[in-house]
Every structure is written in C-alpha cells, then in structure tokens.
Design a protein around this ligand. Sequence first.
Ligand SMILES: CC(=O)N[C@@H](CCC[C@H](N)C(=O)O)C(=O)O
Length: 372
Amino acid sequence: MSHLIDIRRDLHKIPEIGFKEFKTQSYLLQFISNLDQQYLQITTWKTGIVVYIKGTNPTKLIGWRTDIDGLPVQEETGLSFSSEFEGYMHACGHDCHMAIALGLVEAFSKQPPIQNVVIYFQPAEEGPGGAEPMLEWLKAEQPLLVADEIYALHIAPEYPVGTIATKPGLLFANTSELFIDLKGIGGHAAYPHKTRDMTIAAANLLLQLQTVISRNVDPMDSAVITVGKMTAGTVQNVIAENARLEGTIRTLNADAMAEVKRRIEAICAGIEAAFECTVSIDYGSMYYEVNNDAECANALLQFAEQFDGAIAYECPAAMTGEDFGYFIKDIPGAMFWTGAASSYGLHHAKMVPDELLIPLNCQFVEQFLRQR
Ligand SMILES: CC(=O)N[C@@H](CCC[C@H](N)C(=O)O)C(=O)O
C-alpha cells in the first residue's frame, strides 16, 4: 500500500481550489481508468467523479465521500513534494483523503464488495461547497447513484495515527461565510476631514464584531466569528475609500446562527451611521451541520474498537464546518476524525500529516464498508 503514499505526494503537489480541480480530476481519472473495469462504472460531474462498484450480492448502496480541493495557503513545510502551485496548498488533508479513496476503489476493483458501493470524489469542500449541488445533480440525473448509507473521514492533526474519533449526533457546526464591504470617501492623507476613512471604520467594525459572541450568544451555546482577511486602502498616503472583511461564522445550533447574523447586521448599520459610509454584507456559502446518524457513528466506533491499530474515541463536537453535512441530512451516515499526528493544525502552512494514516485508514474503511 506504499503506492498510496506516492499518490498522496503526487496530489499534494497539485492543490487546486473549489471547482478548479482540473489537474486533480485528470490525475484521479487516470488512476481509476487503469484499474480493472469489470465492476466499475465511472461518471463525472463538474470537477468531481463518482465511481460505482457493483457488489456480488447487493441489498443496498453504501457511499464513501472524499473531498478533493486545496486551500489558498502558501506552503511552508519544506517537503520535497511541496505544492508546485504558488499560494496554494493541501493544508486540510484532502490529498490524504483522496489517496485513501483511490485505495478503496482499487481494493474493490480487485475484490468486489457484497453490497454495491459508490465513491464520491467531491469538489469545493472548502468553498463554495460542492456537496449540496452534487447531491442535487445525483438526485435529478443519477438517482441510482444516490447512496442508501454514507460515510466520510477527515484527518485530525491533534490525534495520534490510528485514532478513529466520532460521536452520534452533532459532530461539526453550522457555518456561514461572511464578506463585508465598506465604502467611504478616499482622499489625501493630509486632509482626513474631507474624507470618510474606511481603515478606521473597518477597524471599529472588527472590534465590535467581537462583542457578538461574548454579549449576544447564550454562554451555554458555542459560536465563533473569525475574520481571516481584512483589506483596505492602496498606498500609505492616501485615505482608504474601501475596506473589506472576509470571515466565517460557526454555531452549533441554527437559531444561534440567525441571532449572530441579526447582530452583525445591526452593528454594520451602526458603523454606517457612525462613519458615514455604506456597508454591505454577503454571507457567501453556508454549510449545514454534520449530524451523525447514531447507529452509523456507533457502528464506526465499535468497528474501531476491535480493529488492529485503531483507537476508538467518542470525541466532542467541533466548530469545524463540512459540507458532508448535506449528504447526511438526507442519508443515514457518519463522519469521523482520523488521527494524523501533526504538530501544526488544519489550515496551517506547516501542517504535515503522518502518512501512515493513509494505508491504515484504507484498510479500516475497506473492511468497515465490506461488513455493512
Ligand atoms: C474541515 C474544514 O476545515 N472545513 C472548512 C469548511 C469551510 C466552510 C466555509 N468556506 C467557511 O469558511 O465558512 C472549515 O473552515 O471548517
């Protein structure tokens, strides 16, 4: 199975963002088309791929989903197989996820499962979200490829390799992207009174946004607002006419999401009045929570308990988002974290997962799916 590590390294070199995974899709298709095609049926959707594997005595269709996109992060791992695409990196482990999924297709192509199996290579998990439109397409155009039960994993840098961590019920948060544009009046740095400076308005907005979680959300709930990017102005001696904040909102319940948005809108209205500017909000894409089916999550934990090399862990919910939530909104299924033992976390430019997770998870998932 060491070839799966080579595959991960190949994929690590070519990270592409949502719906632009063209080289990734070609690489995946080439690997899959070189396998024995006897039990396989391959379909593409945008930059995604769906591989159906015909079972030997099926009563249902079991799904496995991998995400395939990278992030706009400049890699700083120093690895010999670092990203060849300047400014982009597989900083969320989707290269490992894809290598595992290819290993599954390979294993099932050699020895078909009893049940029919479908493997979804889904684009755009990091944004703008590929799961929801992929599912809509499947239901409308390829209903026979809609799984009856579905699973997925995500690497977890903080756990040792072999950890299989999940829980029944809510695992990941509801998310909404957040883009706020401020427009004032630019001008000469020496005449601020003749302008409406958007660096000051944006700085105030950023600070006021911090009060939403601390003052408006029930302390017994969990919520996050992160502004990951803030831009304003053009040069040191010109007052900025425009500023932009880009961020994300996370809540564990949908009502808290509505309340957070209501408060953000009120604060933006206040900024407009205070700084005599216009403020517009765009919520971008939103992901439904990952809410594991209890039977499916417990089955994963029980299987991990007896699997050589695995450590079953019933973990707490996390504020991470995942559009896999759309799959298991409609279909019983579960997602789990799998240990990756990196001292740097997800989305960090120095994140280096321990590649031993790839063969181990490939075997774990293959055997788990075979006995469902
Ligand atoms: C597993 C993971 O890290 N997922 C991403 C999903 C991003 C959702 C969306 N683009 C947003 O930022 O709200 C995450 O950041 O949790």
